[in-house]
Design a binder for this molecule. Structure first.
Ligand SMILES: Nc1ncnc2c1ncn2[C@@H]1O[C@H](COP(=O)(O)OP(=O)(O)OP(=O)(O)O)[C@@H](O)[C@H]1O
Ligand SMILES: [Mg+2]
Length: 379
């Protein structure tokens, strides 16, 4: 049993349902898709809560069904097909299983790929390293692994987090390879999760890209304001701390209700408040956030070309901008010509410094947006 944290607002990872706000419909939707063996592609803005949701679903599946195997693979650190196969085989080693000699059987199965089993010196977690020499060997290894696990586990789901990573591999045709392997296992549901831009762009830009067409798309939006409010009131309330509706509204406004930022601000506010989390305290927390990010955000100034930085400032000052090439906006912020704004806009969007929210542009990182506003806006 995990220890109760001192602060109920988690900012790094998933702890338990107690510290997880809402996502009731989304969880239900994923559970149903898994039960019906449908493949899902889960997308959202960064830091909206995809990984949290996957872990919540995993928790729920494992709680209700002890024989369930949830294979969660984080592809973020993988740089090529070989590393992907290592990540998948290592994730399989984490699966709870009653099968006798599970490890030995896996090693035998993969013998031709020269498996090396090791244990993390800190966590004691096992991991497998394989040596593949061709794409065909990756396909072979993956096929072996899926056959093996589906042979001993009836209730099984694979979750690939940061799936967009595979489009960066130098290996040719990874997507086609994965698709053909996955299609030979219709009894296994797969979830592919990644951030909006990197998952969506390839899908629309290259009609031949095969992957997602065979999956159902699920977009993860912000947590509902009402649900989040209830959650915050409950967490402060159980610690005998008072927080007003007005203060909560200010937090939602300042963080744009974007999950990570809400959690972070609430975490600091919870920590710094005594029996009352009043408006003065919340202002101090906002300031503390901006100060703590100061070195990082100040360094962006040297990394971003001047015109792009000016546009970024202008968007942050306005908070959101519908028509960045309109005359009034350009004149107000002295941005030169519409065509140069267009060029900078594209460059900033490519770098994921800005993002379209509905029909208007915003600075993607909410804290950076507030920092720019604080330093360059009218006060
Ligand atoms: N429903 C929730 N309730 C409370 N906290 C949450 C919830 N969902 C996510 N979080 C918290 O918000 C933060 C961001 O969530 P998470 O890492 O799941 O986002 P993500 O969409 O996977 O981001 P990225 O695209 O960067 O991988 C995490 O610190 C997580 O603990
Ligand atoms: Mg994530």
């Amino acid at each position: 049993m995990k220890q109760k944290p001192a602060n109920p607002f988690v900012t790094g990872g998933y702890l338990s349902p107690l510290y997880f706000c809402d996502r009731v419909d989304e969880t239900d939707h994923l559970l149903k898709a898994i039960a019906s063996k449908r493949n899902i592609t889960l997308i959202s803005l960064r830091r909206m809560g995809k990984t949290g949701l996957l872990k919540h679903v995993r928790h729920s599946l494992e709680k209700d069904n002890r024989s369930m195997a949830v294979v969660y693979v984080d592809l973020m650190p993988t740089m090529n097909g070989n590393a992907m196969l290592n990540a998948i085989s290592s994730a399989l080693l984490q699966v709870k299983q009653e099968e006798r000699n599970f490890f030995e059987k896996m090693l035998t199965l993969l013998a031709s790929l020269r498996p090396k089993l090791s244990y993390d010196s800190l966590t004691g977690q096992p991991s497998l390293e394989l040596k593949v020499e061709s794409p065909a060997e990756i396909q072979l290894g993956l096929g072996h692994l899926l056959t093996f696990i589906s042979g001993i586990k009836k209730d099984l789901v694979f979750m690939f987090d940061e799936f967009q990573q595979i489009s960066r591999y130098p290996d040719a045709n990874m997507e086609q390879m994965l698709r053909s392997v996955i299609q030979t296992f219709p009894e296994i549901p797969f979830i592919f999760s990644g951030s909006t831009k990197h998952m969506l762009e390839p899908m629309f830009s290259a009609a031949g890209r095969p992957f997602y067409q065979s999956t159902e798309l699920m977009y993860l939006d912000k947590i509902g304001e009402e649900e989040y409010r209830k959650f915050i009131l409950e967490k402060f309330g159980s610690a005998h701390k008072k927080i007003s509706d007005e203060v909560i509204s200010r937090i939602f406004d300042w963080t744009r209700l974007h999950t990570f930022y809400v959690q972070y601000v609430c975490n600091l506010l919870f920590e710094s408040s005594g029996p009352n989390a009043g408006p003065d305290l919340v202002n101090a927390v906002f300031e503390r956030v901006l100060n703590s990010y100061d070195p990082l955000f100040a360094s962006y100034r040297n990394l971003i070309p001047p015109h792009q930085f000016s546009l970024l400032k202008a968007i942050a000052i306005e908070n959101s901008v519908d028509k960045p090439t309109a005359g009034a906006f350009i004149q107000k912020h002295l941005l030169g010509s519409a065509s140069s704004v267009k060029t900078s806009l594209t460059a900033l969007a490519d770098k994921e410094m800005i993002v379209l929210s509905g029909d208007s542009w915003q600075v993607y990182d909410v804290f950076f947006s507030r920092w720019l506003q604080y330093h360059y806006g009218e006060r």
